[in-house]
Design a protein around this ligand. Structure first.
Ligand code: UTP
Length: 473
């Protein structure tokens, strides 16, 4: 709350920016509600507001495609002939940084998860095939197992939003901070943006508060700094941040190869990429613009460019973005010290609001605009940026929707498939039918973090019979 803003001053500022309606119900509010509303108004960025309305709300705005760009170079998932030694060196560098405690985990969990439609923070959604462990539990176990492997307590930074912060903190407290030690966990909130009607007026959630939503995963780059998380990292000697999304249980949080390439090349922000399933797959495309890695959204890349192929028939723009990054602490510090702004992306949504009579409206169709920043737009600010290809089946099974594509069900199938693959690589016979693996198999991160660890524990693994449930924990 900003104690400096009075009703009179707020009314004056709002009038100048065509937002006077925000005080329509002032006389009906309690003193506490009035103070809360003034606080929300004070936190609006009036220097930018009119420009946002003009560029992104009243007009469709949006990023402009650069005039010249090509595909971005990358390290393939497996070394090309002659690169074996380089890959080995990168892996060793990654292990060295992990053992020195210079890498932290960072999950962005501030999203609203509207597509999943789950009541509560998405990280609390049960996703594992046998034990139905939640996303947060799987990440917590992975970080604990990695801490044991590398001989030190690795830190975990968690970004929430004002909409799910308290609930998330409660989940972590109830789970005893997943055994990681309270001192190794840092939970902080991202910023918000007001929601707009199509005419540029800020919508109200009720008589005493604005309709606000989290400012996008790009907001993490400011929130990490403003919350003190980056300062905490500096004190702990953390140099690299492993960024991942809350919805992907297959994430390999501490991948020495990825960390190693990023550090060896002195990159500010690096990315993992997938070969796209087809030219129009709905993922961002890794491109090179003026020598810099950029992600161009699928909706912005013209179809004829997306469909262009090389002599061998593969796509020119073959790499898709999956929101897995290593970001240097120094890069975030320099962005924030210098001042930076990511472009906004406009999403037309159904936004509940109160009308001018003070009645709550649940719109049946889209009625307004939410503005979000995307973390990959920061790649453009990095003087160096590495891309490492990864394999979809090993590392990307997101839970976005309640059913169908990218749902908990499809993610569970992928979790079982990956576990089966690791077991088969260790010589374990896995029952299969036409439909895939004919058993429910779950390998806890505490049992094995990768297929090499499964092989090392081969002696502890029994037979797997058809239609059984197997949990290795
Ligand atoms: P999504 O783009 O999938 O959005 O977020 P979402 O809000 O989770 O889900 P929908 O679109 O409403 O169904 C990708 C990742 O970025 C995080 C999410 O928590 C998820 O890990 N995110 C997104 C934030 O942390 N903050 C945001 O403002 C938006």
């Amino acid at each position: 709350m900003d104690l400096g803003l009075t009703y009179e001053r707020a009314a004056e500022i709002l009038k100048k920016h065509n937002q006077s309606h925000l005080l329509s119900f002032w006389d009906e509010l309690s003193a506490g509600q009035q103070a809360g509303l003034l606080g929300q108004i004070a936190s609006l960025d009036f220097a930018q507001l009119d420009n946002w309305v003009k560029t992104y709300v009243v007009n469709a705005g949006g990023p402009v495609i650069p005039a010249n760009f090509g595909p971005a170079p990358y390290y393939p998932a497996s070394p090309r002939p002659g690169q074996e030694e380089l890959y080995q060196k990168a892996r060793e560098k990654g292990v060295e940084l992990l053992k020195a405690g210079k890498v932290a985990a960072f999950v962005v969990a501030g999203g609203q998860g509207t597509r999943l439609g789950y009541d509560g923070p998405k990280g609390n959604y049960p996703v594992s095939p046998v034990k139905k462990k939640t996303l947060f539990t799987l990440f917590g176990e992975q970080i604990l197992a990695a801490s044991r492997r590398y001989g030190r307590g690795l830190s975990w930074y968690v970004m929430t939003s004002p909409l799910n912060h308290e609930a998330t903190v409660e989940i972590f407290e109830k789970a005893g901070f997943f055994g990681l030690g309270r001192e190794n966990i840092f939970i902080f909130q991202q910023g918000t943006m007001p929601n707009f009607a199509f005419d540029g007026k800020i919508l109200m959630a009720d008589k005493g508060s604005l309709a606000l939503s989290p400012d996008g995963h790009g907001g993490s780059l400011k929130a990490l700094y403003q919350s003190g998380a980056v300062a905490d990292m500096a004190v702990k000697g953390i140099e690299q941040i492993s960024y991942f999304q809350v919805d992907n249980p297959l994430i390999n949080i501490f991948d020495p190869l990825f960390i190693g390439f990023h550090a060896m090349d002195g990159a500010g922000m690096s990315s993992k990429a997938l070969k796209k399933t087809g030219p129009l797959e709905k993922v961002g495309n890794f491109c090179l613009v003026d020598g810099k890695v950029n992600v161009i959204e699928y909706s912005d890349l013209p179809d004829e460019m997306a469909e262009k192929t090389k002599a061998d028939g593969s796509l020119v723009f073959e790499l898709g973005s999956i929101a897995i990054h290593i970001i240097s602490r120094e890069f975030i510090e320099s962005l924030n010290k210098g001042g930076f702004a990511l472009p906004f992306h406009r999403a037309v949504k159904k936004i509940p609001y109160i009308d001018w009579a003070g009645k709550l409206v649940e719109p049946k169709g889209p009625n307004g605009v939410k503005l979000e920043t995307f973390v990959f737009d920061a790649l453009n600010f990095a003087s160096k940026s590495v891309i490492l290809e990864t394999i979809r089946e090993q590392e990307f099974g997101p839970v976005k929707n309640a059913t169908g594509v990218d749902s908990a069900q499809s993610s569970r199938v992928m979790q079982v498939e990956r576990a089966a693959g690791w077991l088969e690589a260790a010589g374990v016979k896995v029952p299969r039918s036409g439909a895939g693996v004919d058993a429910q198999i779950e390998i806890s991160p505490m049992f094995a973090l990768d297929k090499e660890e499964v092989l090392a524990k081969r002696g502890m693994i029994g037979d797997i019979s058809a239609r059984s449930e197997v949990y290795l924990g």
